[in-house]
Design a protein around this ligand. Structure first.
Ligand code: 6GU
Length: 227
């Protein structure tokens, strides 16, 4: 698949793009490109945003700038992109990302539009298939949200995660009924009096399997005296 991210801060993705699984995706023939709206603005002084009509705080990313960037990259009218791709606007007002949506977004080529400041002009609704949030809190821009979304989507692409078992039964997957995974332990078997559950050291695979099934969905309850 091809993923194209549009942002005013493409450098924000530099670290993410060096990650092993992202490189593996690219070796498998998938593409992750990050584009800067500012490189394609038709406006003087490389302007990309403007004050909101009706007044109010902050700046809004202009719809003409978004369209210019999309059309420069895809060589087709921006309105038509969603006929063959998922086009996602990242906004705290969007539908909350979950495992199912990530799996759905992995089925087609994906365009991700990051906003900044007060977001993107509402007329972006004419271009998108989805408006997505990564949770009920506000981030200062869409870049961190975009990395969360792209990462969740890439994990659903076959071959990106080298051990497929780690994807199939991971937390929130349909295989675990949307529950969280069982806890993991490694050496040392005891540290500061904190012991690894006996069953995991027993070598009894059946017992380990049963214990893990019991743990699924249990989550983590902090002790009562923790702050
Ligand atoms: Cl997608 N963007 C911003 N700015 N804040 C968010 C978000 C997105 N999702 C949750 N908070």
């Amino acid at each position: 698949m091809r993923i194209d991210v549009f942002s005013l801060f493409p450098q924000a993705f530099d670290w993410y793009r060096t990650q092993v699984h992202v490189r593996r995706a690219q070796e498998l023939g998938h593409e992750l490109a990050v584009w800067n709206y500012r490189d394609y603005t038709p406006l003087a002084h490389l302007q990309v945003d403007d004050t909101p009509y009706g007044g109010g705080a902050g700046m809004v990313l202009r719809i003409d700038v978004v369209c210019a960037a999309l059309e420069a990259v895809f060589h087709e009218p921006a309105e038509g992109l969603r006929e063959r791709r998922r086009v996602v606007e990242l906004t705290p007002r969007g539908r909350q990302l979950d495992d199912g949506l990530a799996a759905e977004l992995a089925q087609r080529d994906l365009v991700v539009l990051c906003g900044r400041y007060e977001g993107i002009d509402e007329r972006v609704a004419n271009l998108v298939t989805d408006r997505v949030s990564i949770g009920p809190y506000v981030l200062s821009g869409g870049e961190i949200a975009a990395m969360a979304l792209v990462d969740a989507v890439l994990r659903k692409v076959e071959g990106v995660i080298s051990n497929p078992q780690s994807v199939v039964s991971e937390s929130h997957s349909p295989e675990l009924g949307g529950a969280t995974e069982y806890p993991q332990y490694t050496r040392p078997a005891e540290f500061r009096g904190w012991a690894v559950p006996e069953v995991l050291l027993s070598g009894d695979h059946g017992a380990v399997e049963r214990w893990r099934r019991e743990q699924v969905g249990r989550g983590f309850a902090p002790p009562r005296d923790a702050c």
